[in-house]
Design a protein around this ligand. Sequence first.
Ligand code: COA
Length: 260
Amino acid sequence: MSTDNILYEVKDRLAVMTVNRPGKLNALDSRTVKEILQTAGQAAADDSVGALIITGAGDKAFVAGADISELARQTLVEGQATSDRGQAAFSALENMDKPVIAAINGFALGGGLELALACHLRVAAANAVMGLPELGLGIIPGYGGTQRLARLVGRGHALEMILTARKVKADEAARMGLVNRVVPEGEALAGAREMAGKILAQGPLAVAFALRAVRHGLEMSLAAGQAYEASLFGMVSATDDMREGMTAFLEKRKPDFTGR
Ligand code: COA
């Protein structure tokens, strides 16, 4: 179900969430952050959804950041609550057992880049521009950006982007591992759909287990992560999907997974 600032539709197991404030370059006010959390919960709970794409309305911006007119009025206590709520919404996306793909169709700045960073995969249009300009506003990234950017592209690239507020275009973002794929201008959503289609053809339980293995494993030592991987491998070996995947290979046909 769509809400005031989020358009949401599901078709053929693929959900698309569109941040819809094009007049403000899809800037995230507190209502929109709340609606992202609500929509993430909806997608996570819906068994008919196998993957989620997030994009921005219009052809100019994915999301141009947190809404500066709202942030400008905040006190210390309100600022912390804003950060907590943004982090909770974005963590809900990151913690989903279904792949979440950002289709970056233009500016992804501040909270917009942090939203994209919370997604599992990122497809950027060639004209996309990414950056964390917060320090120039006298604040720091507060929706997970200082944590996720450094984990994704390494401390050096992350600190340069954060401390100098330098924006990067899609090609450079791809070179540093910030985005997975660059597609022509206007094709971010199509590129994300294509990527989602490939994932939706895999065993759905295996997709969920792989997401869990990587997500939790990154918080563990290598030994603990491998032990966790082995236990998930054991569990996945007891599924109908595993039997179907292997039988289909041996019978030289496409698998028909049921997610059981
Ligand atoms: N918060 C609130 N409003 C925003 C916004 C934000 N983060 N980003 C853009 N907007 C609004 C503008 O105020 C403007 O509204 P108006 O028409 O009512 O004045 C509208 O969106 C269009 O933006 P505009 O700045 O006129 O477009 P532009 O093409 O000249 O510049 C950007 C585009 C992205 C470079 C510029 O909007 C910008 O720098 N935005 C802020 C980015 C930022 O610092 N984000 C981090 C926030 S923590």
